[in-house]
Design a protein around this ligand. Structure first.
Ligand code: PGA
Length: 265
């Protein structure tokens, strides 16, 4: 385990933090706890205009900064856009791409161009995919998303890619309807099989990191920790609640520690 990357919690603040003061306050309120974690890392993804400010405090390997999107060109006449280069220069090392809350604004080609641009700028894409509902076609939908996102992407460094399974039916719904670890594992099997066709070997696919996201909190994270093969989590609603986040970090740490203990026994 010690040779494996740390488990990650990606905190997608979405549009829920609305001032510099709040962004800084929120980040600083969790920073001390996160810096002491042994097996877990936080990737904080503030709204674009606070990335730079948060990144100035992100001077520890346990907490890094990501953007919530980026335009796949460096500069130009693109009113209102934030380019990959601007994101990188602001201090982001990760970029969330293809989030379902943005997919209506972009085509699948846009998303794959963004993935390529982020990789070219030596940042890590956190690519979101997920079906709208578990109807009879859900596996096909997922397979198509994998193809769309990976077909054009360079295949040589899969360890630089993070894929988040975020079923749309589970994200931020008022009812709170997270997937179960079983549903996640079913989806992971589909995603890995399809990825293997594209990356050619199972070994390459094993290097991609897989996250779960969708109505995740301190009450349901243990189901995933105990029963799923997951490298981390993408959280929205609870990402700006320090108390819940701290509990989640503690649960992840305890779980990994127990796992290590049982291996060494
Ligand atoms: P949620 O959001 O945790 O509020 O469901 C997850 C996401 O949209 O990434």
């Amino acid at each position: 385990m010690l040779n494996k990357p740390k488990k990650m919690i990606v905190a997608n603040w979405k549009m829920n933090v609305t001032s510099q003061k709040d962004a800084e306050g929120l980040f600083l309120s969790i920073r001390n706890v996160v810096s002491k974690l042994e097996y877990t890392q936080m990737i904080c993804c503030p709204p674009h205009m606070y990335v730079n400010q948060v990144a100035q405090h992100a001077n520890h390997k346990n907490y890094r900064v990501g953007g919530q999107d980026a335009y796949p060109e460096e500069s130009g006449s693109r009113t209102g856009e934030t380019s990959v280069l601007m994101m990188k220069n602001a201090g982001a090392e990760y970029v969330i791409l293809g989030h379902s809350e943005r997919r209506h604004l972009e085509t699948k080609l846009d998303i794959s161009r963004k993935v390529i641009a982020v990789l070219e700028h030596e940042m890590t894409p956190i690519i979101c995919i997920g079906e709208e509902s578990r109807d009879k076609n859900w596996k096909k939908v997922l397979q198509q998303q994998v193809k769309d996102v990976f077909n054009r992407v360079p295949k040589k460094n899969p360890e630089n890619i993070i894929l988040a399974y975020e079923p749309i039916w589970a994200i931020s719904s008022d009812k709170k309807n997270p997937a179960t670890s079983t549903e996640y594992m079913e989806a992971l099997e589909v995603i890995k099989k399809e990825s293997q066709k594209i990356f050619k070997t199972a070994k390459a696919v094993e290097k991609i990191r897989f996250l779960y996201g969708g109505s995740l909190d301190d009450k349901n994270i243990e189901d995933f920790l105990k029963n799923a093969n997951v490298d981390g989590f993408l959280v929205g609603r609870v990402s700006h609640d320090p108390r819940i986040l701290m509990t989640m970090f503690r649960l992840v740490e305890d779980h990994v520690q127990k796992e290590l203990f049982s291996i060494s026994e």
